[in-house]
Design a protein around this ligand. Structure first.
Ligand code: CA
Length: 226
């Protein structure tokens, strides 16, 4: 199934032409002819990308973009009718990902769409957390120090992940238990201490580093020392 594109464009002929070309490329296209219905569709979710005209009846494209950005990071490419610098700057300021000036060649639009999708996938691929020379690749579920891969159990990985996500913030044992262990776990907060010891044994001790700090009477924190 192709990526789902929402096209908000009031010029019916142009919308139809773009729709046909996008379908031919394997995208699934939904059209809206005015700002209000387009906005409703966009914020309802379910689209991978939005093509948004600026001059639209009912709600203009800038307002639609503003409303989309209140709750969604879906990529938006603005279709600007004029070669207006103000529109482009305003659109990018409001969180548009790109813009294309009408009239455009369909090849150029397709290229912009591919670029927008590439950007998303590279952001997703490179989700890496780090502290003091340790790198955690979330997607690949790998942890490395100085290029050495460290073997962690699922629980150890999840605990380290949670501490890294909250780097420089002290996490209480209770917070760690609630977020890393299952809700019905009743083994007590010393389970946290046990797993912190496991992590220190595999990381701090082996690499002679101080990654996980104890805050006496409170909990644990990973500080970024670099
Ligand atoms: Ca228009």
């Amino acid at each position: 199934m192709g990526a789902r594109i929402l096209l908000i464009e009031d010029e019916a002929k142009l919308a139809r032409f773009v729709e046909l070309e996008l379908c031919y490329e394997g995208y699934e296209v939904t059209k809206a002819y005015d700002g209000r219905s387009g906005c409703e569709l966009a914020v309802s979710g379910g689209f991978d990308l939005v093509l948004l005209d600026i001059m639209l009846p009912e709600l203009n494209g800038m307002e639609v973009l503003r409303r989309i950005r209140r709750g969604s990071s879906v990529p938006v490419i603005m279709l600007t009718a004029r070669d207006s610098v103000t529109d482009k700057v305003a659109g990018l300021d409001l969180g548009a990902d790109d813009y294309i000036t009408k009239p455009f060649a369909i090849e150029e639009l397709l290229a912009r769409i591919r670029t927008a999708f590439r950007k998303i996938s590279s952001v997703q691929d490179s989700e890496v957390l780090s502290a003091s020379g340790l790198l955690m690749d979330i997607k690949r579920r790998t942890v490395t120090v100085n290029g050495d891969q460290i073997e962690l159990t699922k629980r150890e990985f999840d605990l380290l992940h949670f501490l890294l996500k909250n780097k420089n913030l002290v996490m209480t044992r209770e917070t760690l238990l609630e977020n890393v262990w299952d809700f019905d776990f009743d083994g007590g907060t010393n389970a946290v201490d046990v797993y912190i010891r496991f992590l220190r044994g595999k990381i701090d001790e082996v690499y002679q580093m101080k990654l996980i700090h104890t805050v006496r009477g409170v909990g644990y924190v990973i500080k970024d020392e670099q």
